[in-house]
Design a protein around this ligand. Structure first.
Ligand SMILES: [Zn+2]
Length: 761
């Protein structure tokens, strides 16, 4: 063998998918899981089996092998035209495959369903005459459920791309009109050995939004995986039935696929396409069937005495064929109302989905992802600092793009650039000089379809070029003040997110992590695939802080929190917040503190959406900042991971979490707020650049005294004011606090005294 031959042999082996660590189909595993929760599906299975057996009764198996093709109507030229939609559930990884690779894959699937795959010529002799032509054609829809033109492809960014399962089945299109096929990067937890799976019609009928195929993106044309899964959708079993794993059990355990021309087998895992695997007589020895005929002689069909290891429904990775009997079973399922299969291919539905129409010329959809130049996970949203380079990579789809024009605001190092014929790896690097949200414009010109311009104005946030002295920061998260400089990122655009809240520790403002998922109904048992907490995380970032004034001695990050869980089972509470800092302008991050559930959820279990109501609902947190972080430009990142259950059901168990009054100080949280007794008095707004007020609540006296001192201790303002009602506002006029800096405000009433820091800017 010369080198060239060797090379081609290796290539052929790789292309044939011959690898002993191959993943396989998890249809039987997920069926068992669903049945455990929904045993009533067994009734639907029995019902469909009855319908199918009735339909198959009319087929003369003794003649089946001699027919050129088969179908349900007697018309040998009839084809089942099936509208499909391909959903790419991605996090901008390798699973973000091109539209063209999807178009090519559909062609490949159809070649197999039309028995046009060249390797049918090499099927072992005993099965040549049993190869079935499925007469099924899959068509990417040209109309979406709203009637809008489409290429039958959707793309959805989700953390479930690498944590896939039924909840990753985003944007399902009505399964009685479209066969849904999702591609992801990785399956979650217990299903990590899966290449793909599908639900058969009885389960799909019970849970329509789980109907369809979900597969790893790299199995799109690997060993007929999608043909295999759609086989399940049309009610095919694995040839060994669904009782055991492939290769397990005994011939006598009754596992069957209810198809006569797939001889009995234990099934196969990947063994290589060896003679021993292809001529496996373990259960198929002397295999024949007698078909009673009331009108005359019974007929005996002597089927091959070896299993059909090259069957697409086996796991051998030598797959080449469906049998004629399997084709009949698929056709019977396609003629059943169960899971609306008979609706898929009817004329009305083919018009509704535009399945038989030519692919329309559609405009491109501009899209990109962003990474730190130093390397990071790709995201649509990114926090950066002036001068730190980001990489923007083109992900525009829906049309072949001839020209892509990119423009960036905020003093970008490359304010504008044009890329001809961009691919998914075309990129531009950029850094920025100006703080705030960057305005990013992409104009993509399609081949014939015109151009599309999209403005992304909340994707990249650049921190202030100048750091704020730590002593000046008392962040109350008030949108009317500088909250806009504390950017929040809901990376996956869902219900779990940071947001401004109108309740607070003192004032009516704080930052809230919305951890209460209002969509989950735990009594329902089935959760709509609208999102789950596992895998999600959301950030907010501080303004850049100058900590050099606290370079020596104590230096603390102080804030107040108030939080609850929804679940009362401590095993089911997993909320976590990781606080990190960067001293190199967001290029790298160092963990400062991991706050676990016991640190975050001081209010325990609360079944309704949690809202703090009194100051006693809050607790102070003090986190020591190490010397290495006390630099002149430090940014802090607060990353929240919403809670989920410990059983892997991917149920949201968290509730809302609030943070307020964030400051930096040599003292622990609370020391700035010296309270004697239980006086409820608060200075607002704080910081201020105008008047300030002391709001005194529920004071047990007729008057209150407010004394304002400067940082040196000199009294600069004093007032005594009557208390009126339950809440009294005492003004500190701007004219007394015009100089920027820190003031101490002391409030005394009825023998109670409270001293608070007031920041004027
Ligand atoms: Zn399977």
């Amino acid at each position: 063998m010369n080198k060239k031959t060797l090379f081609f042999s290796l290539t052929a082996m790789l292309l044939s998918g011959l690898s002993y660590g191959q993943k396989h189909c998890y249809t039987d595993e997920v069926r068992k899981e669903i049945l455990a929760a929904h045993p009533e599906i067994l009734v639907r299975e029995a019902d469909l089996n009855k319908q199918i057996n009735e339909a198959l009764k009319h087929i003369d198996y003794s003649k089946l092998e001699k027919k050129t093709t088969t179908d349900q109507t007697g018309n040998e030229d009839f084809w089942y035209e099936i509208p499909i939609v391909v959903h790419i559930v991605h996090d901008y990884g390798a699973e973000y495959i091109t539209d063209n690779s999807i178009f090519d894959a559909v062609k490949q699937w159809n070649i197999v369903y039309a028995k046009q795959n060249a390797d049918t010529a090499t099927v072992i002799a005993p099965f040549k005459k049993y190869i079935g032509n499925a007469h099924i054609r899959l068509h990417l829809a040209t109309k979406d459920p709203m009637g809008n033109p489409t290429h039958g492809i959707t793309r959805h960014r989700s953390y479930m791309a690498t944590n896939g399962g039924d909840k990753a089945k985003l944007d399902d299109w009505s399964p009685s009109s479209y066969m849904n096929i999702w591609f992801i990067n990785k399956f979650s937890g217990a299903h990590t050995g899966a290449a793909a799976y599908a639900y058969q019609p009885p389960t799909a009928d019970a849970i329509p939004y789980y109907d369809g195929v979900i597969s790893l993106y790299d199995y799109i044309v690997n060993d007929n995986t999608i043909n295999h899964e759609i086989g399940h959708c049309f009610y095919l079993d694995h040839p060994w039935g669904n009782n055991n794993s492939a290769g397990a059990g005994a011939c006598s355990d009754g596992g069957t696929d209810n198809v006569d021309d797939t001889p009995p087998t234990l099934g196969h895992n990947v063994t290589g396409c060896t003679a021993a695997a292809l001529y496996d007589t373990t259960c198929a020895h002397n295999y024949f069937k007698i078909y009673p005929n009331v009108a005359g002689l019974d007929s005996l069909v002597n089927y091959p005495d070896t299993t059909n290891s090259e069957n697409i429904m086996d796991y051998t990775y030598c797959s080449k064929m469906f049998t004629r009997g399997q084709v009949n079973r698929m056709h019977a399922a396609l003629n059943s109302t169960v899971a609306g299969r008979n609706h898929l291919w009817n004329d009305t539905n083919l018009l509704y989905t535009g399945a038989l129409a030519a692919r329309p010329d559609l405009k491109p959809i501009p899209e990109f992802n962003c990474t730190y130049l130093a390397g990071s996970a790709p995201r649509l949203q990114m926090f950066t600092c002036p001068g730190t380079s980001l990489r923007f990579t083109n992900k525009t789809w829906n049309d072949t793009v001839s020209s892509l024009v990119w423009s960036f605001s905020n003093g970008a190092s490359t304010p504008s650039t044009t890329i001809s014929n961009p691919s998914f790896s075309s990129f531009v690097n950029n850094s920025f000089t100006d703080g705030g949200w960057v305005n990013i414009t992409m104009k993509a010109t399609g081949n014939n379809s015109g151009d599309t311009t999209v403005v992304f104005d909340k994707s990249v946030f650049v921190a202030d070029p100048v750091a704020t002295p730590a002593a000046n920061i008392v962040e109350e998260f008030n949108p009317a003040e500088n909250l806009a400089k504390w950017p929040m990122f809901n990376y996956y655009n869902n219900e779990f997110k940071w947001e401004a809240s109108n309740v607070g520790f003192y004032d009516n403002h704080s930052i809230k992590y919305n951890g209460y998922d209002s969509r989950v109904n735990p009594t329902l048992g089935i959760y709509p695939p609208t999102g789950m907490p596992k895998g999600d995380y959301d950030d907010f970032f501080s303004v850049p802080v100058d900590l050099t004034s606290m370079a020596s001695g104590n230096c603390n990050l102080n804030f107040f929190t108030s939080g609850a869980s929804r679940s009362s089972n401590s095993l089911d509470i997993s909320d976590t917040m990781i606080i990190s800092y960067s001293v190199d302008k967001a290029k790298t991050w160092t963990t400062l503190k991991v706050l676990a559930k016991s640190d975050l959820l001081n209010k325990g279990a609360i079944s309704t959406p949690y809202v703090p109501t009194t100051t006693t609902d809050w607790v102070g947190r003090t986190i020591s900042i190490p010397a290495a972080a006390r630099q002149n430009y430090v940014v802090f990142r607060f990353r929240y991971f919403p809670g989920d259950d410990h059983n892997g059901y991917e149920i949201s168990t968290g509730n809302n979490f609030y943070m307020d009054r964030l400051s930096f100080s040599p003292y622990a949280a609370g020391v700035n707020d010296v309270t004697i007794g239980n006086l409820d008095a608060i200075v607002v707004p704080n910081p201020t650049n105008g008047n300030a007020y002391v709001v005194v609540k529920d004071a047990g006296n007729t008057t209150a005294e407010v004394t304002v001192s400067d940082i040196a201790g000199k009294v600069i303002y004093k007032v005594i004011q009557p208390i009126v009602g339950s809440e009294t506002r005492i003004e500190i006029p701007q004219s007394y606090i015009q100089v920027q800096g820190i003031y101490m405000v002391q409030t005394t009433t009825g023998g109670l005294t409270k001293t608070q820091k007031l920041v004027v800017y």
